[in-house]
Write a protein that binds this ligand. Structure first.
Ligand code: AG3
Length: 275
């Protein structure tokens, strides 16, 4: 029987191969190329424009780490906006916080949501939650035009190619600032500081320009094959260094805990020097 391998390019000189046991769907959406494949090592996997976004086996790391540090830092994150995140994983984690009253999610590509409902029901079930509202719309336009104000904005974008380019831009962060309450916080996935150094540096520069406080933290998203993966927080008031004394950790998380929270903000020298 022949073997099928999928290749993912990281740079012109570095790629990773994945053994595929089944192709479940391949389509061209109005915004990007989308495929869902069954991989030998990581289970079901969603790929957008050639870059792995989630695998069944390790999506919990990225989703817990993009959500919980900021949600535990803000004392009352009642109203949350998610930009992107069409698979539903970020929404699932946000809804674990009981103080949340309302989550609006703005995803540009309806096909990502539909594919998630079909192939990743354990993530997409979050869309049915009564506190969640989904808008199929451009997140750039949404923050520019909305009069709503949020406590927390989470930007769960893909790499800065295709539909995500402007989510790494100064105008977007300015509009996000305006869309936050006076003590609001934003967290953005800010890429690998090794493979996507330009994007990482751009996020640092712009968030510093727009927000009084900025913090970088790290995790290891195994299947982004990156070593450290970064998230960056822009904050109007609160500082995230340590897990708050007056909150209780959610039961059943697989990655995040009080110690991981503090440890994530420890940066190696080569990253510190980039800030
Ligand atoms: N968003 C970030 C994906 C970055 C992947 N990059 C890569 N493999 N080069 C993931 C969305 C999950 N909700």
């Amino acid at each position: 029987m022949s073997e099928y391998w999928m290749e993912e390019m990281h740079t012109d000189g570095y790629k990773v191969s994945w053994k595929i046991t089944r192709i479940l769907n391949e389509e061209k959406t109005p915004f990007q190329e989308l495929s869902v494949v069954e991989t030998r090592e990581w289970g079901r996997t969603l790929v957008l424009d050639g870059a792995v976004q989630i695998t069944e086996k390790d999506e919990f790391i990225y989703h817990e780490m993009i959500v919980h540090p900021v949600m535990y830092t803000h004392p009352r994150p009642e109203k949350v906006l998610i930009i992107g995140g069409g698979d539903g994983g970020t929404l699932r984690e946000v809804l674990k916080h009981e103080e949340v009253k309302k989550v609006d999610m703005v995803e540009i590509d309806e096909r990502v949501v539909e594919n998630s409902k079909m192939y990743f029901p354990q993530l997409a079930q979050a869309f049915a939650h009564p506190k969640a509202r989904l808008f199929i719309e451009d997140g750039i336009k949404y923050v520019k035009e909305t009069d709503e104000k949020y406590d927390v904005i989470i930007v769960d974008s893909s790499d800065p190619v295709g539909p995500a380019v402007e989510l790494f831009g100064l105008d977007f962060y300015r509009n996000a600032y305006k869309t936050l309450r006076d003590d609001g916080m934003i967290v953005v996935q800010s890429e690998s500081p090794v493979f996507f150094q330009d994007a990482f540096l751009k996020v640092q520069k712009y968030l510093k320009e727009v927000f009084p406080y900025k913090f970088v933290y790290l995790t290891t998203c195994i299947t982004y094959v990156s070593g450290p993966w970064t998230f960056t927080i822009g904050s109007k008031q609160y500082k995230p260094g340590k897990f708050p004394d007056d909150k209780k950790l959610i039961d059943g998380l697989k990655y995040y805990n009080e110690a991981v929270h503090s440890a994530a903000f420890a940066l190696p020298n080569f990253i510190r020097e980039m800030l």
